[in-house]
Design a protein around this ligand. Structure first.
Ligand SMILES: NC(=O)c1ccc[n+]([C@@H]2O[C@H](COP(=O)([O-])OP(=O)(O)OC[C@H]3O[C@@H](n4cnc5c(N)ncnc54)[C@H](O)[C@@H]3O)[C@@H](O)[C@H]2O)c1
Length: 349
């Protein structure tokens, strides 16, 4: 298949690009190269004849039309987005413009191309979204997000993603565009931008800096290794039922405090401190406004209908991730120089 992947220079998009090429798909990576992008993430496939890059902003409809006409994709995998909740609190307009307006332009460009080419049945528009659109769960372990959970987004980021999910479904119902939607829990793994919790903890630990934990650390997230997410996305693209959505999650719930303590224990093993433990650097900081208490995914549909299983446990995935950061210092050092990285964001109310 020829895939048009948006956001392929980001964290998850680059994993999709690398895996898709590894499986013999052709990939056109469409990315505006915002602060969150890094072309080193796809350096391993950049010279592959199956790979092409288009430096295009998804808000630019004319450029999107040119990309569709030039590359004639069989499917779109839409990952381009503003993705950092704390940045969405400080500056929501980029989130509305890219996540909502950009998705609208991409849908229209895809619809125009699909119509012009005779509405091929096999065409897919795969919209990649988040479990944050469902809002916040109570701590009751019986309660999980299913595909039928009503939307209840609570941050500018999740509201903009929810809006984009609605647009995608409407383009299916109204125009018949063959869409699939996935909503995934928190990802972690190699190439995770160093402003997100797990890389921040690893890199601050190594630098001897405080390990910031919002509030009392009791917020719960459901963690999935990024390569397992990419694998699930390609499976849904190939075998998912048109018009359906699939929840993707690793069934690995951890409080933020438990997660940070696990990372500290791995670092204590791999790079012991001269004295004490990395956990001594844990520092509780004021909470994020509107911080959702708990996310937890029920991935039954994806498991039962499509046979998906994650390849690693969270302990294996975290161990691999810490090792990756230890082995890739030039990659993260360069990104730490970028604006806002390393500063506390998202505290304004
Ligand atoms: N990170 C997670 O844990 C997680 C979980 C579930 C779903 N998602 C979703 O997966 C997708 C990818 O997330 P990520 O963590 O890899 O994000 P990221 O911030 O690492 O990467 C986003 C990429 O999109 C590009 N981009 C941003 N605005 C653009 C625009 N206007 N035009 C073209 N490209 C643009 C950026 O340059 C970057 O390469 C997002 O849609 C996000 O909502 C993320």
């Amino acid at each position: 298949m020829k895939l048009l992947v948006t956001g392929g220079a980001g964290f998850i998009g680059s994993a999709v690009v690398r895996q898709a090429i590894g499986r013999g798909h052709q990939v056109v990576n469409v990315d505006a190269l915002t602060y969150a992008a890094c072309l080193d993430n796809v350096a391993s496939v950049a010279d592959n004849p199956l790979y092409a890059f288009e430096h295009v902003d998804i808000r630019d409809r004319a450029a999107l039309d040119r990309v569709f006409n030039t590359h004639a994709p069989d499917a779109v995998m839409h990952l381009a987005a503003e993705s950092h909740v704390d940045r969405s609190i400080d500056g929501p307009s980029d989130f509305v413009e890219t996540n909502i307006t950009g998705t609208f332009h991409l849908l229209e460009a895809a619809r125009s191309y699909w119509t012009k080419t005779g509405k091929p049945e096999g065409f897919r528009f795969h919209h990649i979204s988040t479990d944050e659109v469902f809002g916040s769960l109570p701590r009751d372990p019986q309660q999980l997000f299913t595909e039928d959970t009503p939307y209840d987004p609570r941050s500018p980021y999740s509201a903009s993603k929810a809006a984009s999910d609605h647009l995608v479904r409407a383009w299916h119902e109204t125009y018949g565009l063959p869409v699939v939607v996935t909503n995934c829990s928190n990802n972690y793994g190699p190439f995770h931008f160093p402003e997100k919790l797990i890389p921040v903890v690893i890199l601050n630990a190594l630098a001897g800096k405080p390990l910031p934990i919002y509030g009392d650390g009791s917020n719960i997230r459901d963690w999935l290794y990024v390569e397992d997410h990419a694998d699930a996305l390609l499976l849904v693209l190939e075998r998912g039922v048109v018009g359906r959505s699939y929840n993707v999650g690793g069934e690995n719930e951890r409080t933020n405090l438990e997660l940070v303590e696990t990372l500290c224990a791995i670092l204590d093993q791999k790079r012991p401190k001269a004295t004490g433990t990395y956990a001594d650097q844990i520092t509780f900081v004021s909470d994020r406004p509107g911080h959702d208490a708990r996310y937890a995914i029920d991935p039954t549909r994806l498991r039962d209908e499509l046979g998906w299983r994650p390849s690693v446990t969270v302990d294996e995935g975290l161990e691999k991730t810490v090792q990756w950061y230890l082995d890739h210092e030039p990659w993260w050092r360069a990104l730490q120089e970028r604006a806002g990285v390393g500063a506390r964001l998202g505290v304004s109310q």
